[in-house]
Ligand binder design. Structure first.
Ligand code: FAD
Ligand code: NAI
Length: 509
């Protein structure tokens, strides 16, 4: 009994400690200290974008070493791994957004932020041209910013491969606005399908939810949508019960090509149980307002073209270059053979330039375009830039000491300066020892619906492939711990609890 009593006490103590910690974090978050202004003469470091790459750089960067300017059309960071959950209202979009003003205000030295799009980078003149593309425009809406160092972290846009009709009729899933549009369209389809005297064919079309692209974005969205139907929609709008259907269309022979065979099979089996149809070896060729034209390959290798009617079409076929990146690549001869993004060297320097680095989806460094890669690249650049600044400071000190040594009046002082120089040289060697960027793959995770997830995790000696309910708990805890701030974590947990208690909201807006 005594042991149990002690265990209780320890639990209380632990809970109290956790509460104090959370309270302290919230206090710190809401009370930023006064910021220093950047010193005159510091190099100007311009960072483009507020996504995974740029924000992880800004998080670890010692801003007192540079005059830092951040430019992005988005004044927030978006935690993309939980974006598919926003399409059904499982999570509210603001829970996975973190205003850049919040974390920039916590840096020791002030950082300037301009909400604008970089429209052109002139790498020879070292100038970035920017445009305010927001709804409200002032008298000045364009400007140019000179840089000493530039980090390009603008991500990628949605690939359509020039397939006609995609942009006009399909919805993407990359930004908060996309998730909101999808959420609205799902409800619109359901309400329109049950409109008085709607024909059975039209009802079936409106309730056919088609997802193109069997990568993780398409798979996670299809899973979330089916959950929405199973848990909520069919309860509140029973008339849609017999017609609501999700189809996932993929050009390759299987979905989730980056996962192990065992997990691909598991996902396909789970989708079958959830009644999601997977159409592999089916390539969408054209999109019309109410149907898609798709070419599928039969078991005998024969190609069949068919029209698939849809109410909602979500297009998730991967990444394409942003215009500003394409334009920069065209200016640099060393980039002319690259098609997928900015070629970078092992220190993430854009090949063919000296003071431009690239991180994340817009850079090609032989890794998949994931948040994991982008954030490690950003953190690497922060260390690199902090080291460059330290190196500069030590070299300045060394040159002062050499002057002092030559002017020292006696041997004793000369010896002392000599010893200081030796010590500094040792430090300089240590600081300069920074190796190139090395990516450490922690594994891949994806939610596949009905409270199941799949995970390929790097573990000590090899890979562990696992799927199911426990993996889903792991998925939730992993993403919760990766959320940007304590605020995000608390909001996400509250959203999960809210959905469990009240279900998802089926209002259209
Ligand atoms: P982004 O995060 O896309 O950020 C780009 C930034 O640049 C944005 O702030 C944007 O506004 C800004 N920008 C755009 N144009 C300009 C311009 N012209 N000038 C200045 N700024 C500009 N990866 C994982 O590892 N795990 C996951 O679970 C996962 N889930 C995902 C779920 C979804 C739905 C999606 C779409 C992606 C997911 N990813 C995941 C991939 C991951 O989000 C990307 O690889 C990651 O966001 C890339 O980071 P980035 O910094 O290169 O670009
Ligand atoms: P993706 O590139 O991974 O997959 C796109 C799929 O669309 C491909 O399998 C391709 O064969 C298919 N496709 C292309 N054109 C088609 C057509 N016309 N008809 C039918 N199918 C077609 O793209 P996705 O899922 O958007 O992911 C982008 C990046 O983000 C990837 O690197 C991915 O790893 C990462 N990501 C990671 C997640 C995770 O780890 N959970 C979640 C979401 C994205």
């Amino acid at each position: 009994f005594r042991l149990i009593r002690w265990l209780w006490r320890l639990t209380y103590l632990g809970a109290a400690g956790a509460l104090v910690y959370v309270g302290y974090e919230i206090y710190l978050m809401r009370h930023p200290a006064e910021q220093e202004v950047p010193e005159e003469g510091k190099k100007t470091l311009v960072v483009l974008g507020t996504g995974w790459g740029s924000v992880s750089l800004l998080k670890k960067l010692d801003t007192e070493n540079y005059n830092v300017i951040v430019i992005s059309p988005r004044n927030y960071f978006l935690f993309t791994p939980l974006l598919p959950s926003c399409t059904t209202g499982q999570i509210e979009h603001r829970s996975i957004m973190e205003p850049v003003r919040n974390f920039l205000r916590h840096k020791k030295t002030a950082v300037k932020f301009y909400e604008a799009e970089a429209t052109k980078i002139d790498y020879k003149k070292k100038v970035v041209y920017i445009n305010d593309e927001s709804e409200i425009k002032g008298n000045v809406r364009t400007s140019e910013i000179a840089f000493d160092m530039l980090v390009v972290g603008v991500g990628a846009e949605n690939a359509t491969f020039g397939i006609p009709g995609v942009r006009e009729h399909g919805l993407f899933l990359k930004e908060v606005g996309d998730a909101q549009k999808i959420r609205r369209r799902i409800m619109d389809c359901c309400e329109t399908a049950v409109f008085r005297d709607q024909s059975p064919e039209e009802r079936a079309r409106l309730l056919h939810m088609v997802v193109v692209g069997g990568g993780p974005t398409g798979v996670e969205f299809a899973g979330e949508l089916q959950d929405f139907f199973q848990d909520d929609l069919r309860k509140w709008i029973p008339e849609i019960q017999d017609n609501f259907h999700v189809t996932l269309v993929e050009a390759l022979p299987n979905v989730l090509p980056m996962f192990s065979k065992q997990l691909i099979d598991y996902t396909e089996r789970t989708f079958k149980e959830e009644t999601i149809t997977i159409r592999t070896k089916t390539m969408v060729k054209k999109v019309h307002e109410k149907y898609i034209e798709a070419e599928s390959t039969g078991p005998d290798g024969q190609k069949i073209t068919e029209n698939i009617p849809y109410g909602l079409l979500v297009w998730a076929t991967g990444n394409a270059l942003r215009p500003v990146v394409k334009d920069l690549m065209m200016q640099i001869p060393a980039q002319k053979d690259s098609r997928r993004g900015l070629l970078v060297n092992e220190y993430l320097v854009v090949k063919g330039t000296e003071d431009i680095w690239a991180v994340g989806d817009c850079a090609i460094a032989n890794y998949a375009p994931t948040a994991q890669v982008a954030s490690q690249e950003g953190a690497f650049l922060a260390r690199l830039f902090n080291n460059i600044a330290k190196t500069q400071a030590i070299e300045d000190k060394l040159s002062q000491l050499s002057d002092l040594q030559s002017k020292a009046p006696n041997k004793e002082e000369r010896d002392q300066v000599f010893a200081d120089i030796k010590e500094l040289q040792k430090r300089l060697r240590r600081v300069k020892q920074m190796g190139p960027f090395e990516y450490s793959h922690q594994g891949s995770l994806a939610y596949i619906g009905s409270d199941k997830a799949v995970a390929d995790i790097s573990w000590l000696t090899g890979n562990v492939a696992t799927g199911g309910g426990l993996t889903y708990i792991f998925w939730r805890s992993a993403y919760l711990s990766m959320c940007w701030s304590m605020r995000n974590r608390i909001l996400v947990v509250m959203d999960w609890a809210k959905t469990k208690m009240f279900g998802r909201d089926v209002s259209r807006e």
